[in-house]
Structure formats: structure tokens, C-alpha cells
Design a protein around this ligand. Structure first.
Ligand SMILES: [Zn+2]
Length: 387
């Protein structure tokens, strides 16, 4: 396939997208109304099928594959030939069915609903961008859209699939929610630890001295765990869940601490791991088991530099104010692709707020504007990597 010789007229493409805002809103509403929490395979499958239907309606006959990895449904759309841009999205949300009410509501140019911002809006933006490129005659650009179903739980089933697709791509654009109007150029890595302290039960009234109190021993370590954090290096270490004891009259034999860890560099991940492994309880008979580690490597800024320059130029050509790129704490599937050395830019999804929180919302106009940004990026990246 021959690459386009002339760049797309981006303002026209943006206008085309804006004129179809009602359509993008309709797709968004349909996807949001299919509540699809992580772990609900049937709901995720319905969501994937709906996306597949919209692909056929927007793009015509397309190479769509509905698959499943360890029981978690996903969707892959391939267009064009050869290595190209990977658009990365996820269909799962953090909202269990029925937990967000009203299910879908529009008020003053904003829509709210479960996953509307994180990231069904991003899925719609990907579809709109591909539809706009097709309209503009750019359908020969090699693009793969991958929608997974377990991002919100750390992508245990999809990770290898994501990595496989990333290694055959020249660039990855992640449709996660924007930060204000900005895209995300760096993300911290994410780790999780489970500290289990084993003591010995005893009767709390008759002979507590024969026990080893797991709650006392583990709580003695909590402040030290928190102190492993290093704010100046961007490393947070946060004890989040503490459980211990079963009965009010028994010396607890077991206590558990869950720890959330975020780090900007792989070196910091190693340091935190080392220091956690070195913790030791005060009582000689208490046993500490430390399990866990990094779930997601950091998306270091260097991985996004080249793509951010392209996106910033696209924004300028669209007549926007200068595009900002910011570093954020939360991880995404972009962390995996960046760690493989594949250029990755994140936060290309919808503009909105309250991700994972009550009243999660998107700005409906951003569906068209961000789609124009994504389409422009695909076109420029395709142009650069073509001979
Ligand atoms: Zn997300």
C-alpha cells in the first residue's frame, strides 16, 4: 500500500468529527449502558460485540477478531498492512453492575456514567478517529486497535497479548483518560505487596503470654514500611489494608498488611523490594512472609518523547493551544508497552473527571476533538515510518 503523499487537512477532519457528535454520544451511551466491570466475562463479551458491530457500521467490512485470554474477552481490529500504530483501549470498568446511578445522564455538555471517562470515552474516540481517517482516505495506514478486558485489575490475562501486539508495532497510542486537556508522557510503575505475619494463638484471658500476637508484631512494622517511601524520588509506599485477629478472646495468630507502591524508575522498584524483604519482626518466634512486587513497570518519559512531539504538532495544526504533556502516578497498559522499548504516548482519551469516583464524567465535545488528535497522530506516525 502506498503511503499518503499529502498530509490530511486536519481542521477539515476535525470539523467532520464535530458534525457527528450525536453519533459519538450514541455509541458512548450504548457502551456505558452495558456495564462491564472487570471479572464479568459475559458483560465484557457483550461490550466487545457491541464495539465490533460499531466497527462494521463505521468502517465497513473489517478484520475484527473477538478472542479470549484466560476467560477474559478482548477485541482486535486490524487495518492496513505491516507494522503500524497500536491503539490500546480497555472495556472493563471499576464499577460493579448497578453501583452507578443514574446509569447514563447528559447535562450541560457532559455525560456521566460508569466508565464513561475511564475509558469507554476512549474507545469511542478510537472508533471515531478510524472513521475519520477512512473518510479522509487514509484507511491504508496500518493500525491495530486492541480492546482488553482486565486493565483495571492490572491486566493479568491481557498482558502477554498487549506485549505481543506492541512488539509488532512502531508506536502505541493509549486511549486512557486525558489529564485536563493534557496527554500523559510518563507514568509511575505500580507494585503491590502482601505482608503476612504468622504468630501463635493463645487464650487471651488465661495465658496470653503463650501466644505470639500477630497484630502487635505486624503493627510494629507498619511505620517502617511507610518510611521506605522517597518523595524526592517520586516513590510512594502506602500501607492500605490491615487485617488481623478472628476472635475477641484469642491472641491473633495471623495478620496481613497490603501495601501499594508507586515508582518513577525501575531502580526505585528494586530498592523498595529489597527494603521490604529485609523487614523483620521484633518477636523471635514471629514469622514474616513478604509476597508481591512490581505489577507494572514505569512508563519513563523517554518512551514518549518522539510521539509527544508529533502530537504537539498535530494540536498546533488543529489550531489548539499548545498541548501539554504531564507525568502521573497511576499506571496503565502503556507501562507494559513502554517497558518493551516501543514508543508510547498515553492519555489520548476523553477529557473529563472523577475517574473511579462518584459522578465520573466526560466532556462530550472532547470525543470529536481527541479523535482528531488521535487521527492526526496515526497519520503522521504512518507517514514517518513509511519509506
Ligand atoms: Zn483506564
Amino acid at each position: 500500500m502506498s503511503p499518503r503523499s499529502e498530509p490530511l487537512a486536519l481542521p477539515n477532519l476535525q470539523r467532520w468529527l464535530e458534525q457527528r457528535q450525536a453519533l459519538w454520544t450514541e455509541i458512548l451511551e450504548e457502551l456505558v449502558r452495558i456495564e462491564s466491570p472487570s471479572g464479568d466475562a459475559a458483560a465484557l463479551q457483550r461490550c466487545a460485540e457491541t464495539v465490533a458491530d460499531w466497527i462494521q457500521r463505521l468502517l465497513g467490512p473489517s478484520q475484527v477478531e473477538l478472542g479470549s485470554e484466560q476467560g477474559v474477552p478482548h477485541l482486535t481490529l486490524r487495518s492496513g498492512d505491516g507494522a503500524g500504530v497500536l491503539l490500546l483501549a480497555h472495556l472493563d470498568t471499576v464499577w460493579s453492575v448497578g453501583s452507578f446511578r443514574p446509569l447514563f445522564e447528559i447535562q450541560g455538555g457532559r455525560a456521566s456514567g460508569p466508565g464513561v471517562f475511564d475509558m469507554k470515552g476512549g474507545v469511542v474516540i478510537a472508533l471515531a478517529a478510524l472513521a475519520a481517517l477512512r473518510e479522509a482516505g487514509g484507511q491504508s495506514l496500518p493500525v491495530t486497535l486492541l480492546c482488553t478486558g482486565d486493565e483495571e485489575v492490572g491486566s493479568p490475562a491481557s498482558r502477554s497479548l498487549i506485549e505481543r501486539e506492541a512488539t509488532r508495532s512502531t508506536a502505541v497510542l493509549v486511549l486512557e483518560a486525558a489529564s485536563g486537556q493534557a496527554v500523559k508522557v510518563a507514568r509511575k510503575g505500580v507494585g503491590g505487596y502482601n505482608l503476612r505475619l504468622l504468630g501463635r494463638a493463645a487464650h487471651a484471658g488465661l495465658e496470653p503470654e503463650r501466644g505470639v500476637n500477630a497484630v502487635v508484631e505486624l503493627s510494629g512494622l507498619v511505620a517502617g514500611v511507610a518510611a521506605i517511601a522517597s518523595p524526592e524520588r517520586g516513590t510512594t509506599v502506602t500501607p492500605t489494608v490491615f487485617r488481623g485477629g478472628e476472635r475477641t478472646n484469642v491472641v491473633p495468630a495471623e495478620a496481613v498488611l497490603e501495601v501499594d507502591v508507586r515508582f518513577a524508575t525501575a531502580a526505585e522498584a528494586d530498592r523498595v523490594d529489597r527494603e521490604l524483604q529485609q523487614l523483620s519482626p521484633a518477636h523471635p518466634e514471629a514469622v514474616l512472609e513478604v509476597r508481591g512486587g512490581a505489577n507494572r513497570p514505569p512508563l519513563e518519559r523517554s518512551a514518549s518523547t518522539s510521539l509527544f512531539q508529533i502530537a504537539a504538532q498535530v494540536a498546533t495544526d488543529l489550531g489548539w493551544p499548545p498541548l501539554e504533556g504531564i507525568a502521573v502516578g497511576g499506571g496503565s497498559d502503556g507501562n507494559f508497552t513502554a517497558a518493551l522499548g516501543v514508543p508510547t504516548l498515553d492519555g489520548l482519551g476523553a477529557v473529563g473527571g472523577n475517574a473511579h469516583a462518584a459522578g465520573e464524567w466526560v466532556e462530550l465535545a472532547s470525543l470529536a476533538s481527541r479523535a482528531a488528535l488521535v487521527a492526526g497522530c496515526i497519520e503522521r506516525i504512518g507517514g514517518e515510518s513509511s519509506p
